[in-house]
Design a protein. Structure first.
Length: 221
């Protein structure tokens, strides 16, 4: 059944484009299917941070496995307290634990909380603002780590070879449909452990009406 999913999605797209009187585009097909996911606000935490927030020896539990091997959305969440004492409750934690803490927000999230948040690549948190996190076992004050994550593409070397790009180079994401647009400056992250997947944030996803059947294409800048 699963091998028929791409054909089913293709037929759905054709029907949608026909209904909208649009010409159905035919993007170049690489060695692996392109997956585009909208990444909602979330936190990456160290083991030490998890223990402060949830108790000594506590370990994150899997709620849902994500597309990349070994990555998961945890059952656990925290409350984020911003500089204006405004909060976001139920901020999802993604696992496994990392070597540094990082909170990823969309621009609208940051503005609502009162943050001036820089656009950074994941892991580049030096000089970024901090925040207060609250869990069931305690509070954790971060002196850095709050960012807007730059849009990026995870790639296996076979995908990078097909598109003619290298690690840390940039591509464009072309989104088709009624609200078609092109996202520039998509950072390529190439590693043998990765599957082809583009991450955009919720503001970007809403701007182009990204959905499960939205047709997208990676193109070289």
């Amino acid at each position: 059944m699963t091998e028929n999913i791409p054909n089913i999605e293709r037929l759905i797209r054709q029907a949608v484009y026909k209904e909208l009187s649009l010409d159905a585009p035919v993007p170049v097909e690489g060695p692996n299917p392109l997956v585009v996911n909208v990444s909602a606000r979330h936190a990456h935490l160290t083991k030490e941070a998890v223990e402060v927030l949830f108790g000594k020896g506590y370990e994150l539990t899997v709620h849902k496995w994500l597309y990349q091997e070994g990555q998961f959305a945890a059952k656990e969440s925290v409350t984020l307290i911003g500089p204006r004492s405004r909060i976001i409750s139920n901020l999802r934690i993604l696992g496994p634990c990392r070597s540094d803490n990082q909170v990823e927000l969309a621009l609208t999230d940051a503005r609502a909380l009162g943050f001036e948040v820089p656009l950074r690549n994941s892991g580049d948190v030096k000089g970024t603002p901090g925040c207060m996190l609250m869990g069931p076992a305690g509070f954790l004050e971060l002196d850095h780590g709050v960012i807007r994550a730059s849009r990026h593409a995870h790639m296996h070397p076979a995908d990078a070879k097909f598109y003619g790009v290298k690690d840390k180079e940039f591509m464009k994401l072309k989104v088709y449909g009624e609200n078609a647009m092109i996202f520039e400056n998509v950072l390529c992250r190439v590693d043998a452990a990765l599957k082809l997947e583009v991450h955009i944030d919720t503001d970007e996803g809403n701007a182009c009406d990204m959905g499960p059947h939205t047709l997208c294409e990676l193109v070289v800048e």
